[in-house]
Write a protein that binds this ligand. Structure first.
Ligand SMILES: [Zn+2]
Length: 340
């Protein structure tokens, strides 16, 4: 197979590529794909990006259903199915990215020197040429969570776009190499985390809201409503070489045991002196709490209380995972300290 550095382009109806269900669809696509759907108003376009992560299927299921219904979108619509190879790697839809490769949603940055980064650059260039009036990038969380949107600014169009999907908006300013950081403001753009990857409500929300996104005539002729806005969060990270367990009791060999129901704290207000896990021999040393400037504020927000990892300030947590792989390779959780 040639190196996958460009998207294959299909025009809807995608005919034999569609398949009976989202699995067949994925198998028939076989590679990263950009699908053009002609809409009512052909002077405008919108884009839906799915499967930047191969194990997050709600967006894929939704676009498969929308393409199968052969809807007439309000504007031209582009549907992108990205990490097809990772998603097809057996067992199907179980790999965030291929073993030995990088997280594709960390590849949207220079240098574009690997196949994955060239593919990321191809997507950025295509989106720049298309210049859609809005882009939505669909994800699922690795643990239980309510749906939320992630953006890199709080401009009114960004807020309006986010509110088509959820009233929770997280604004990140860490530079991670994600798609949303690197489209150079070509279009209002949000990532939507529809909920846990096996939560049926996430699939329902993805289908209903993406259908509306594709068919509503105007996205921006209203005012944002009040919602939960979380700006400038920090990331709680552990050095990837350390071992982390999720359990309801301490694991003696672990560098960190996180309480395995931590995802119940997602979007909850967490009080000062809440225990979220047990520290290992190295105590807080493998942990960091990084802000947008790359400063480590671990000792400002967490402390060791009799061997527990304990909050040192009131905060709202979100994106707390219960997956040790995600915790080590991305982060344990994001948190926004409350103003004191
Ligand atoms: Zn994701």
């Amino acid at each position: 197979m040639p190196p996958l550095t460009e998207f294959q382009v299909l025009n809807a109806p995608v005919g034999t590529h569609l398949g009976e269900n989202h699995i067949e669809f994925l198998q028939k696509l076989g590679k990263p794909t950009w699908i053009n759907v002609t809409g009512k108003d052909q002077s405008r376009s919108r884009a839906i990006i799915t499967l930047l992560h191969g194990n997050e299927p709600s967006g894929l299921k939704a676009v498969h259903r929308i393409l199968k219904e052969a809807i007439l979108p309000a504007t031209n619509l582009v549907v992108v199915v990205a990490s097809v190879s990772a998603a097809l790697h057996p067992p199907i839809l179980s790999h965030r990215y291929l073993p030995g490769e990088q997280d594709f949603n960390r590849c949207f940055k220079l240098p574009f020197d690997t196949n994955q980064r060239k593919l990321a650059n191809d997507l950025l260039e295509r989106l720049a040429v298309l210049s859609p009036e809005a882009i939505v990038d669909t994800h699922n969380t690795s643990a239980h969570s309510e749906a939320f949107a992630v953006a890199v600014d709080t401009h009114i169009p960004t807020q309006l776009l986010a509110q088509m999907f959820t009233k929770k908006l997280v604004v990140i300013d860490q530079k991670l190499g994600t798609l949303i950081e690197n489209t150079n403001g070509v279009s209002p753009l949000v990532t939507v985390e529809f909920g846990g990857f096996m939560d049926p409500r996430a699939d329902v929300l993805a289908y209903e809201s993406l259908h509306r996104f594709a068919t509503v005539t105007h996205l921006f002729n209203t005012e944002p409503v009040d919602g939960q806005l979380l700006e400038h969060p920090l990331r709680l990270e552990i050095e990837p070489s350390h071992n982390i367990h999720y359990s309801s009791s301490v694991q003696d060999d672990a560098d960190l045991t996180v309480i395995n129901t931590i995802d119940q704290l997602n979007f909850q207000e967490v009080a000062v002196n809440t225990n979220i896990g047990w520290l290992g021999r190295k105590k807080l040393a493998p942990l960091s709490a990084v802000n947008a400037r790359g400063e480590d504020l671990i000792h400002e927000y967490f402390h060791d209380v009799s061997g527990f990892l304990t909050t040192k300030a009131a905060m709202t947590m979100f994106m707390a995972t219960t997956d040790p792989f995600v915790a080590r390779n991305d982060c344990l959780l994001y948190f926004k300290p409350h103003a004191s």
